[in-house]
Design a protein around this ligand. Structure first.
Ligand SMILES: NC(=O)c1ccc[n+]([C@@H]2O[C@H](COP(=O)([O-])OP(=O)(O)OC[C@H]3O[C@@H](n4cnc5c(N)ncnc54)[C@H](O)[C@@H]3O)[C@@H](O)[C@H]2O)c1
Length: 511
């Protein structure tokens, strides 16, 4: 261990209260890291049952060679049940993972305060309750820190270390180093609604739901775009189905209410209706998709194969342009290269293809006087993306869709044509994720690195939103957001002050 680490010594026993999904996972992590763990649950037998489950996990890990047999046995022996808080008197840390209820949590910490040593640190694993509020019930609120693990705790690397208003910063530092010593990647956050992950992730669901509501495409097509072009492990609809719409809708509502109904976080009527119908997702076998036995798998809408355009020019040296030209050339297609043509990415049989800048294709055609105009979305990786989303100006004729489809198909993309919505799917989502991450940084909830790390490790995003925005170009993200705001006239798309200032200063976002 790093000598300068402030981590709690593995010789110090710790308490975990609540032996449900999270408490059991946290107890497993702490025991594996060398601590004696005292697990307490209000429900009779729950702690013993959880310990048996953890011990079975250790045995499995040892059978798979992920842990030596001796280590597994030693870790198993470090787990103990406790039946009352008084048994936690000698612990150096108590992590609470009980029911998500402010009064119940406050009561528990008040009891702990009467029995634990003054040096014992109190941690709450709450997802949505203010750490400041929980701590306010204590005589010494400085000793309470948020230690927010992600589910399943033994597998998910991220831990948000959350300071309430009264939290002693040095104790937050101790838990930061302790989480590291436990093999986790901690990030500091301030106690604000949703902390980092549950706040910054909102637009991933919200923009998907807006796109669906506006008829951009069906859920299967939008999911495929987010996976195959955006590089996300799951699209928003399959992910919401997995999380459960009751849970996801409740988090959205709680963040929205906590921010005094800020339209950024406005819940979706589509999701509300799913909850009303008890279409809660996988667990009820019905959500956006049908999981009943024999139900057919969702299929993304993909344009039928068309001929490759006869003449293709690709403009500029951007990563997107270079990758497109290379993919076409590799496929044996003759491509003209030119430096620039009024911002076009490409021209195919007289049809102009631009990357989205947050305006609709129709508005862009009107603004530029180019009626044969098609927009394309942004790829996480233009070299390897397998699907492209496009939209066609209403002024264009049928040959525009055909030429753009033929171009991208020749470059090896499946093509999905969206209704002409502003910002398409990936660009719009990434711009809004970056906007939210930027606001969290701007409001000192976390730093830029913390925001990106949290999103990569807490929800498995393929890239942190701020680093991703830098890659697309902060000025481009600024333009996309500005155009979305102008188009919808909604405060929801207001540009974060941090993005504005970074653009004016010529700075990157993920400093
Ligand atoms: N499930 C998740 O994905 C997740 C992720 C991060 C954080 N959290 C947070 O972790 C906490 C626990 O969530 P969970 O999913 O493990 O819940 P859970 O329902 O699986 O487990 C909660 C356990 O706490 C016990 N309990 C309730 N009140 C108690 C009390 N007063 N004293 C002792 N034990 C008590 C219950 O008997 C139950 O076993 C909540 O605050 C939740 O917001 C949950």
């Amino acid at each position: 261990m790093n000598m300068s680490s402030r981590a709690i010594s593995p010789h110090t026993p710790i308490g975990v209260i609540g032996a449900g999904a999270m408490g059991a996972g946290i107890a497993q992590v702490a025991a594996a890291a060398g601590h004696a763990v005292h697990l307490l649950d209000a429900r009779d037998g729950a702690a013993a049952q959880a310990i048996a489950g953890i011990q079975a996990q250790f045995e499995k890990m040892s059978a798979k060679g992920k842990m030596s047999a001796e280590a597994a046995q030693a870790a198993s022996q470090r787990l103990h049940t406790a039946v009352s808080v008084s048994e936690l008197a000698d612990t150096g840390l108590v992590v609470e993972a009980i029911v998500e209820n402010l009064e119940v949590k406050r009561d528990l910490f008040r009891q702990l305060e009467t029995v634990c040593n003054a040096s014992c640190i109190f941690a709450t694993n709450t997802s949505s309750i203010s750490v400041t509020s929980i701590a306010a019930g204590l005589n010494n609120p400085a000793r309470l820190v948020g230690m927010h693990f992600f589910n399943p705790a033994p597998l998910m690397a991220l831990v948000e270390i959350i300071s309430g208003l009264a939290t002693d910063a040095s104790l937050a530092g101790v838990l930061f180093d302790t989480a590291k010593a436990w093999g986790k990647t901690p990030v500091f956050a301030k106690s604000t609604p949703g902390f980092i992950v549950n706040r910054v992730a909102r637009p991933f669901y919200a923009e998907g739901l807006r796109l669906l509501q506006e008829g951009a495409a069906d859920s299967a097509t939008l999911d495929a775009i987010m996976r195959e072009l955006g590089g996300f492990r799951m699209g928003p609809f399959e992910l919401m189905d997995m999380i459960g719409h009751d849970v996801n809708f409740a988090v959205t509502q709680s963040v929205w209410r906590a921010f005094y109904n800020d339209p950024r976080f406005l819940p979706s009527l589509i999701q509300q209706e799913l909850v009303e119908a008890s279409y809660l997702g996988k667990k009820t076998k019905r959500g956006f998709y049908n999981y009943a036995e024999g139900a057919s798998a969702p299929v993304a809408h993909t344009e039928a194969a068309v001929a490759c355009p006869k003449s293709i020019t690709v403009y500029g040296e951007s990563h997107t342009a270079t990758a497109l030209a290379k993919r076409l050339t590799t496929a044996g297609v003759t491509v003209q290269r030119a430096r620039t043509h009024e911002g076009r990415l490409a021209q195919a049989d007289g049809v102009s293809i631009f990357e989205t800048d947050g305006r609709t294709a129709t508005l862009r055609a009107q603004a530029t006087g180019v009626s044969q105009l098609v927009l394309c979305d942004v790829a996480l990786n233009p070299d390897s993306a397998t699907r492209m989303a496009i939209s066609v100006a209403q002024q264009a004729d049928a040959s525009a869709l055909q030429a753009a489809t033929g171009l991208f198909q020749a470059a090896g993309y499946a093509v999905s044509c969206l209704r002409d919505v502003p910002g398409l799917a990936v660009m719009r989502t990434v711009a809004m994720l970056a906007n939210e991450a930027a606001d969290a940084v701007n409001q000192s909830v976390c730093d830029a690195q913390g925001a990106d790390t949290a999103m990569r490790l807490g929800v498995n995003y393929p890239r942190g939103p701020l680093a991703w925005a830098d890659d697309i170009g902060a000025p481009n993200i600024h333009t996309v957001l500005k155009h979305l705001g102008e188009f919808y006239g909604e405060d929801r798309y207001r540009v974060s002050p941090l993005i504005q200032q970074s653009v004016y200063a010529g700075r990157t976002l993920h400093v």
